[in-house]
Design a protein around this ligand. Structure first.
Ligand code: OFO
Length: 183
């Protein structure tokens, strides 16, 4: 009996996204190594924790396709490319990667909607919310560095930023959770 409950198109697209998430994990790992090598151990730790999160995202795609009776295909992961040239370049690149990943997720949502595959549409909503958080987190990185003085920041403010990010929460606050006491 055929137990597959996902179209071949979506099976392939979600499998591709699993590989995109692995690539994202690769990127964060390479930036984490770059930051640690530059002496920013806290920022390196933050980026490496995110590398693990991206790997978990890949596993969610893997498990979902398997659960629907499909089989995701693991492909080669491209090299992350040149490392950042500065901390601001690093954080800007993190932001751009997240925005481009959001576009890919939206595209999958569109496809699921087009096929009226509501199970997949529902599965993808977790990622829509996750991307709001991840984009916010990336934007916060840019803001924190700007406040510290950007690429001209003093050693002391960079020391504090590095320490903060080493201990920072992995999730950003979502607008939907804001209250008048805690906007
Ligand atoms: Fe940073 O994103 Fe996965 O989905």
């Amino acid at each position: 009996m055929d137990t597959k409950r996902i179209s071949s198109t979506l099976e392939e697209a979600l499998g591709q996204q699993m590989n995109v998430e692995l690539f994202q994990s690769h990127i964060y790992l390479s930036y984490g190594i770059w930051a640690t090598d530059k002496g920013y151990g806290g920022i390196g730790n933050f980026l490496m924790r995110h590398s693990q999160e991206e790997r978990e995202h890949a596993l969610k795609f893997m498990q979902y396709v398997l659960n629907r009776g499909g089989k995701p295909k693991v492909t080669a992961i491209s090299e992350p490319g040149e490392g950042p040239s500065s901390l601001s370049d690093c954080f800007n690149k993190v932001f751009q990667h997240e925005v481009s990943n959001t576009e890919k997720i939206y595209n999958l949502v569109d496809m699921a909607m087009g096929e009226k595959d509501w199970a997949t549409w529902n599965f993808l909503q977790w990622f829509v919310k996750e991307q709001i958080e991840e984009e916010t987190l990336a934007m916060d990185l840019i803001d924190k560095l700007k406040i510290a003085g950007g690429d001209q920041a003093t050693d002391e403010s960079l020391f504090n930023l590095d320490k903060d990010l080493g201990e920072a929460e992995d999730d950003a606050e979502l607008a939907r959770n804001a209250t008048s006491e805690n906007p």
